[in-house]
Design a binder for this molecule. Sequence first.
Ligand SMILES: Nc1ncnc2c1ncn2[C@@H]1O[C@H](COP(=O)(O)OP(=O)(O)OP(=O)(O)O)[C@@H](O)[C@H]1O
Length: 498
Amino acid sequence: MASKTQTQAQALTERIQVDGDPVEAVLDHGTGELRWRSGDDDRRLFVESEMLGIEMKGMIITIRAFVDAPERCCFVSSSGRRVRRDFLLEMPSETSAMIWTERLKDCIDSLGRPKRLFIIVNPFGGKKVAPQIFQNEVRPLMEAAGILYTVQETNHRLHAQEIAQSMNLDQYDGIVCVSGDGILAEVVNGLLQREDWHTAIKMPLGIVPAGTSNGMAKSLLDSVGQVYSISNAAFSIIRGHTRKLDVASILQGEAQFFSVLMLTWGFMADVDIESEKYRWMGSARIGFYSLLRVMNLRKYHGCVKFVPAPGYELYGEPLCQDEISKDNPHMQESRGGSRVQHYHGPQTSLQGMEWRSINGPFVLVCLNNVPWPVEDVLLAPEAKFSDGYLDMTIIRDCPKTALLMMLLKMDEGDHVKSDYVMHLKVKALRLEPGQCVGNPKKGGIVDCDGEIIARGEDACSCHQQDSLMAYGPPIQVTVDKGLATIFSPRDVCGFESL
Ligand SMILES: Nc1ncnc2c1ncn2[C@@H]1O[C@H](COP(=O)(O)OP(=O)(O)OP(=O)(O)O)[C@@H](O)[C@H]1O
């Protein structure tokens, strides 16, 4: 969406006052920077990466900026934190104020930033503070940037999906979720259920972390070396850069769900869903409940069948095509283009692909589209937003102490080097979840972007609602490369990897 500032225009130079100090200021349209010297200090303000908006009153121009926080003292750095700050430019005349304002506005307008946003706030997510996060941290930045917005709080489960399915998209340049990742997934599912899904799914989506796990916001900021914070996430939406995002299609018979973050079964799903009763703890609930689950470790029978990405062909055992076809004939092909108008998954033929399989019992199986499924868990360090593959992590057997050590250092992603962990990229997957080892009456949970999509018998009494799919029959996963678009921060060099 965003483009480069024009380079041909001449620089403006003027003797002005900045915050009361007389200086010679230069506005260079070419490099998109405003610079001045104050005492020994050379100050530069970059339009693209630091300015939110401007306002002119008489001879005063107010520049609303979002800049690095000042060093607190010589020993304590601001460590990449940013703060809102206004710069007051007192121009020598109203005419020069008008010329400078016009030039600055041109610079900002040429960036292609979003002008109108639809903002969905989930008052139920995480510690239930999303409305306060919106009021105190997001709204001031949006208003300083002159962005017009409509805010809608969600009133019930799947409300965000209903909104995305029926809203008038022409009026907006993006949909922003102030929530956990579950609401983002609902929006993607809503857009893909529209008759105009083909254009609807191109709508840039944004996420400001206000949930429990917040993996997408963490993954986006961390991928370009930016500090993970609410305001950095909001500013990256304002700047308007976007990137493509893979969408995984989860299918069982007629039931379908679309995922942008992860699908997990076993340990991580049990932790995510069963820890619901500790929601008041915020993201600490995940670490706390993980410890409880390690002490009482479960394993599940089952099987995963998969099409490996190039370079991962040696994992598991080969399967012949017949074994894949006989499994469940009515789900062997993705059903693009059939009957109803909405999206049915990627039009990939799974026939003729080289399938392989790994048998359980499993401690965990996890498929990740982005590196961080949770803000402090780097589960899939190699995962890319739009490479068309999912990163699969499997633990089959692992002593409790080794698992505990891995969990304690999950924020570093080193677990992938452990002999107990299998880590590979896959193009497609068929998950056949089974019963708990030693307890044939107890099934597990298949969790997708925070939503239970299948629940076995006797699993998680805390969630009473029906799940979309049955636990036991194969659940098929395919990936549509870069189908969705997400607002994404930009690194300092402007380089964005896949
Ligand atoms: N007003 C509401 N009351 C109850 N549930 C709601 C409401 N609004 C949204 N929800 C549901 O809240 C769930 C969690 O949303 P969200 O992802 O924002 O938060 P979260 O704390 O990160 O959750 P999780 O980690 O469980 O996915 C979603 O399934 C959504 O449908």
